[in-house]
Design a binder for this molecule. Structure first.
Ligand code: MN
Length: 202
């Protein structure tokens, strides 16, 4: 076994039905995420990078081999993605996070529109993010498996919500209808999990 491992899903593959189908979840975790972990372990095996944490690899991604940048990002991004979704979730954020979303974006609907636009307009494969930058909430997107923790990111900070817009994340159910997948993602967001990440990022 390598240094990094694929996490267990905190819910079953069919928990996000009908918004994200069970087969997509199973293939996404056991094939795609597993491949990022396997390729990351292989890329660092026998090098001094084996001693680095995932966060250290991400923070230096621009100076590291492409295999390390892509697969460390892939591992981090998917681990976050699984953790901010859940069964019977969705709805609206509450508490301090809700207040901050309202004061930053004007309303939850405005935030949702901005996030959805970032996800829709990300050309090709990538991710949309809600992140904390210097204590403030910001929406951004990144190409490929990059993320806001990377030195190479256009907008750097701590991601607290992420949406995978690679075709493998939605093609079985939605085919080319990325906007419909993005709309339905809001039915599975675990806002309590996002709020915990928000508190930790302050
Ligand atoms: Mn993916």
């Amino acid at each position: 076994m390598g240094k990094f491992i694929v996490p267990d899903l905190p819910y079953s593959y069919d928990s996000l039905e009908p918004y994200i189908d069970a087969m997509t979840m199973e293939i996404h975790l056991t094939k795609h995420h597993a491949a990022y972990v396997n390729n990351l372990n292989n890329a660092i095996a026998g090098t001094d990078l084996e001693a680095k944490t995932l966060e250290e690899l991400l923070a230096n991604a621009g100076m590291l081999p492409a295999a390390v940048r892509n697969n460390s990002g892939g591992h981090f991004n998917h681990s976050l993605f699984w953790s901010i979704m859940g069964k019977n979730k969705g709805g609206n954020p509450t508490g301090k996070l809700a207040d901050e979303i309202n004061s930053t974006f004007g309303s939850f609907e405005n935030f949702k529109n901005e996030f959805s636009k970032a996800a829709t307009t990300r050309f090709g494969s990538g991710w949309a993010w809600l992140l904390v930058k210097n204590g403030k909430l910001v929406v951004s997107s990144t190409p490929n498996q990059d993320n806001p923790l990377m030195d190479v990111a256009e907008v750097k900070g701590t991601p607290i919500l992420g949406l995978d817009v690679w075709e493998h994340a939605y093609y079985l159910k939605y085919q080319n209808r990325r906007p419909e997948y993005i709309e339905n993602f809001f039915n599975v967001i675990d806002w309590d999990a996002v709020a915990k990440r928000y508190e930790n990022a302050l």
